[in-house]
Design a protein around this ligand. Structure first.
Ligand SMILES: C[S@@+](CC[C@H](N)C(=O)[O-])C[C@H]1O[C@@H](n2cnc3c(N)ncnc32)[C@H](O)[C@@H]1O
Length: 231
């Protein structure tokens, strides 16, 4: 299929196809360094429940579980979820339900379905959100929907660690999309205090984006604290 035909498909079908083709360049075997560096800034007690939206088969979920957290991941692709459990030698139970297929084992509950059906779940038990490559996987309209969902559905005490990318959008098509700091503040600033924790020049510090031909590429890490929660 030509690239232009691929681009015409609905976003969900494109993601499912990428998993079928094993075209998953975003997936890293190593844990995300920003997660390791900054997760402690959430002061989240072990046993807390972390929502990982658009989780793929991220190894970061395994790291979070090793720190004593429970994980609820949401992912469109069943292939991604089954690979996550296979690769960690875990045998999950699988239960069908109206909107999400529920894959569970130990601290992991991975829900196969569309994040935009999140309102169909009880989200009152979520204590924090870890977003790496979720917001930037969504187009501008979906980002607004996503931010509204997250801010409306998660409990008022929940904090969020958010990892984004910023680059001149006219130099490359998303996904991953560029999400500027101003947009992060616009999307989340009404409910959260948005703290930029770190900004990393990816062109200087890694060889991951050299071949994309962009003139600038930064990774930004934010801590989002609900207003009224000083810690
Ligand atoms: C760029 S990947 C990031 C995966 C993961 N966060 C990581 O760091 O490896 C985006 C993932 O979101 C999934 N996805 C895309 N749209 C989705 C949706 N509407 N609901 C649930 N998952 C979705 C894709 O299948 C893909 O696995």
């Amino acid at each position: 299929m030509s690239k232009s035909t691929t681009e015409l498909r609905a976003p969900n079908e494109n993601w499912l196809q990428r998993w079928k083709d094993n075209n998953i360049g975003w997936h890293h075997v190593e844990f995300n360094q920003h997660l390791l560096n900054y997760w402690h800034t959430l002061y989240l007690p072990a046993g807390s429940l972390v929502l990982a939206p658009l989780c793929g088969k991220s190894r970061d979920m395994f790291w979070l579980a090793e720190q004593g957290y429970r994980i609820r991941g949401i992912e469109l692709s069943q292939l991604a979820i089954s690979q996550f459990f296979d690769e960690h030698h875990l045998q999950p139970s699988v239960e069908a339900s109206a909107y999400f297929e529920r894959w569970r084992q130990g601290p992991f509950e991975l829900l196969c379905g569309d994040i935009f059906d999140l309102a169909q779940l009880d989200n009152s038990d979520i204590d924090a959100v870890y977003d790496r490559a979720s917001l930037i996987a969504l187009n501008p309209q979906q980002r607004q929907q996503f931010a509204s969902l997250i801010t409306e559905l998660i409990p008022s005490h929940a904090k969020m660690l958010l990892v984004t990318l910023e680059y001149p959008q006219d130099e490359m098509n998303g996904p991953p999309y560029s999400v500027a700091e101003a947009e992060v503040r616009e999307l989340f600033g009404q409910h959260f205090t948005v703290n930029l924790l770190h900004s990393l020049d990816l062109l200087r510090n890694t060889d991951r984006y050299q071949h994309h031909g962009v003139s600038r590429m930064e990774e930004k890490i934010y801590l989002l604290k609900p207003d009224g929660n000083p810690k």
